[in-house]
Design a protein around this ligand. Structure first.
Ligand SMILES: *Cc1c(COP(=O)(O)O)cnc(C)c1O
Length: 394
């Protein structure tokens, strides 16, 4: 970690590699010209391996939430019965979007901190009203609780019981950081956003659609204009976007995807696994209790309980003074947990730096921690995870 730079440990936006930052400073180009068309083609190809799809993702200029809205309004109609599987704040948001546009939403609420397990979903689908559900909404990585759902297994349950239901996935904070196989898992719409695993500023979302989902767009009657994916696909065929995109963000994405291709999927996934293991071990060694069911621990963000006798404001003040930025709890978890983000350009050194600062902050507040224990545990776990992830089978 560079000593005087902020160690931004929130689950997006993430800090940017220098080459990506510099790309954002480039002079504008004509977004209806050949240079843009070539860049859009490179970006489209560069995204596909991380989604695990052979289809071309389409791009929209908006926050991640706009991508979730696009997934719903392009494939569903008012009155459609939708099962929204929620394991946290972002799952709740996805459900709300469907309800706002007139879907008949049934929620499957899972206790925060836990994953949606296949049997639970099986039960909910068996109890479906006659005619079943038009769509099932899933969160891949629930950023508010630091839980990663077993999306492939959940999708298999949907296909077993409701083969024609659309599976819409919020993959915003997971795709790009962990193995993801849209086609093999038969997911219909997968959404991701530039400010999460992609090492790019906020402003663009990417949606990959199955053939089933593209067919659904021709029948879907929810209103849409700016977020019309069929229009986006039509423009993309001509090397453009329907409306002026965030060109500066796309310059960054073009460079980031080149860096990601150079590093390679396996190395990127191993780095995330190592940083996640280090964050968990380091925080535990400092006396914090992990919030998430560890069988489904997120690889991109870690959450821990805030002890009742530790004041968040005082603790976070000590942390911030040392240039580490943590994320607090969202929604009903505000004041009850804090989170450490480890996605995008994150390195093991940055996690060790953050753990060291958290330890200093605890010591400054007079709490009993043994100096060095957090960093040592984090380093050991991080290196072990890296070795395990990169081990070549004999
Ligand atoms: C960040 C995030 C979002 C929302 O993204 P915005 O860009 O803030 O709208 C949605 N879902 C998940 C899982 C996220 O991590």
């Amino acid at each position: 970690m560079q000593r005087f730079e902020t160690n931004l440990r929130i689950p997006g936006p993430t800090s940017l590699p220098s080459a990506v930052r510099e790309a954002g400073a480039r002079q504008m180009i004509n977004h209806r010209g050949p240079e843009f068309a070539a860049m859009l083609a490179r970006i489209t190809e560069g995204l596909k391996p991380f989604f695990g799809t052979a289809s071309d993702p389409v791009l929209l200029t908006c926050a991640g939430t706009g991508g979730l809205e696009a997934a719903v309004v392009n494939t569903c109609s008012p009155g459609d019965r939708i099962l929204a599987v929620s394991i946290g704040a972002f799952g709740d948001r996805f459900a709300k979007i469907a309800a706002v546009y007139g879907a008949e939403v049934t929620k499957l609420d899972v206790e925060w901190g836990r994953a949606a397990e296949p049997d639970l979903l099986r039960g909910a689908l068996r109890a479906a009203p006659a005619g079943g559900y038009r769509a099932v909404l899933l969160t891949h990585n629930e950023t508010s609780t630091a839980v990663m759902n077993p999306v492939g297994e959940l999708a298999a349950v949907v296909r077993e019981l409701q083969p024609e239901a659309l599976i819409l996935v919020d993959g915003i904070s997971g795709v790009g950081a962990v193995p993801f196989e849209q086609d093999a898992w038969d997911l219909d719409v997968v959404v991701s956003g530039s400010q999460k695993a992609w090492m790019v500023a906020p402003g663009m979302v990417f949606l990959a659609l199955s053939e089933r989902a593209w067919r659904a767009t021709t029948e879907a009657r929810m209103p849409r204009f700016y977020l019309d994916l069929a229009k986006a696909r039509e423009s993309a065929a001509a090397g453009q976007t329907p409306w002026t995109p965030a060109v500066g963000v796309l310059f960054q994405l073009d460079v980031a995807l080149r860096l990601m291709a150079e590093e390679g999927k396996a190395a990127i996934f191993a780095r995330h696994a190592a940083c996640a293991a280090a964050a968990r071990a380091g925080l535990e060694a400092l006396g914090f209790e992990l919030f998430a069911d560890q069988r489904y621990a997120s690889q991109t963000v870690t959450a821990v309980h805030l002890p009742e006798d530790l004041d968040w404001k005082a603790f976070n003040g000590e942390v911030k003074r040392r240039r580490v930025v943590l994320a607090g709890g969202q929604g009903k978890l505000a004041g009850r947990i804090f989170r450490v983000g480890h996605l995008g350009t994150v390195t093991l050194d940055e996690i060790l730096g953050a753990i060291g600062v958290i330890e200093e902050a605890l010591l400054a507040l007079g709490r009993p921690v043994s100096p060095g224990a957090g960093v040592a545990a984090a380093q050991r776990a991080g290196l072990d995870a890296l070795t395990a992830a990169t081990a070549v089978p004999a």
